[in-house]
Design a protein around this ligand. Sequence first.
Ligand code: GLU
Length: 550
Amino acid sequence: MANTKMAQLLFGNVDKTPEDYEIMYPDRGLNEGAKVTRFAPSPTGFLHFGSLFAAFVASKTAGDDGVFYLRIEDTDKKREVEDGVIGMVNGLKDFGIIPTEGAINATDEVGAYGPYTQSRRNHIYHAYVKSLVEQGLAYPCFMTEDEIAEIRKEQEAQKELPGIYGKYAKYRDITADEAQARIANGDEYVVRLKSPGKPDGRISFKDEVKGKVEMPENILDIVLLKKDGTPTYHFAHAVDDHLMHTTHVTRGDEWLSSVPIHLQLFYVLGFKAPKYAHISPIMKEDAETGGKRKLSKRKDPEAAVSFYAEAGYPAGAVNEYLMTIANSNFEDWRRANKTDSIDKFDFKLSKMSKAGALFDMVKLHDISKTYISTMNTDEVFDAVTAWSAEYDKELNSLIMRDTDYAKRIFSIERGNKKPRKDIGKWSEVKDYIAYFYDELFDGKYDWAENMSKDDIKAILTRYKEIYNHQSPSEDWFPQVQSLAEELGFAKSPKDYKADPDSFKGHAGDVAGVIRVAVTGRLNTPDLYSIMQTLGEDKVKERINTAIEGI
Ligand code: GLU
């Protein structure tokens, strides 16, 4: 029964119809099978690692053919914080997750299917609610907060499903005249869905991650428009996902229980429902209980994406880690395709784990070490400069003092077949390069325990005499070997092992002494390259200082 009078009463100023909007938001004309996905956060400013993961999954699902857009779901103004939108936009950008459409800062958006901010779409939602009212599928409800609280109490006491439905849906059949009288009286109202659900009805659908899911049908007359005329999240998302032509809704599985409402909304609105992919949360081993729990904003620093930027994990490394959580076959693929772009990996929703993946910091760190080891010198230099400009001014000014010198440091053992994996995050760089800068060189010496002071002194004193900064790298170790022989050390570990009583040690031990004198450390990248980078004067100075300190 057409309820034109009621529709006119509630939405007299709405002049557009759903048909108008259907024309304004035409089919996207994408290639067959191309997917449209979105990330739809509330602008709370805090980007949780789990949300980043959801955005990552959405963007990978869209891939190159599809569209991945950002929609700001700000229907709940209470939860919104200042700069919340920009926090979300930048949070994604830091990890190279760049939506093709949507908000690009607090005020501007790109894309032809906007506005992408729900608070700017009220006129659209009103047109659709008006049409539902007109079709008798929605109605104004004048129940007060007190009445609703009473009902909830009664339902709790009777152990009934909480909410407004059946006998509790007092205004389901309100007439336009009654509504008019109440409005004239200044009574406030919300607009509710007249749910077509049956009390014992069940629905089933195929979730792209969870597989077949069966649930009770929705029977609640949920709120579509709140008293102030703004939509509820449930209603807004249905209209938006329809008009923006979302094909796949990827989101956290805390939304799984809302699917019956959502599918019903798509149904009453006459929309084709999108496919759903509900992603399991990222879990964490709880140090206190030993059990598993969700990664928590309150307890875990790594739950905030700002953690990764501050620690200096490269965006690419975090992406690699996200993909290992997303698809367990990624790691094998990566081993077989070491230098390929991650975009070549064939990500599949169906390969996502149904149970929550466990967050593993050690693994992230390992992945990051490998990732950084494949970066070239300029990339490392640029990343370290950018990171240190923000998070470590001292490091930044040291590097900027002589950028060629810094690049020579970063180039050591980089670009070869088996690059070293010394750096896992940019905050480790300072320690890694410390002995290249007097300001950072702490003058502590990690002498090997099996070396006597006299031997150390003898090695260094003699090495200082024979050290030739001009000699090519292939001559370096032979020189150390002859020094070793001269001072009673074997030329090689093999010779030493064959007759340990005749030697004090072997050439490797001698090299170790030189290494510690120059760098303070027993373990470093190629010592010859280090010395070439430090320069002749500095090497000699270091050796002298080391001798004096013994
Ligand atoms: N705005 C919802 C949230 O804050 C998004 C739910 C969805 O993606 O449908 O998580």
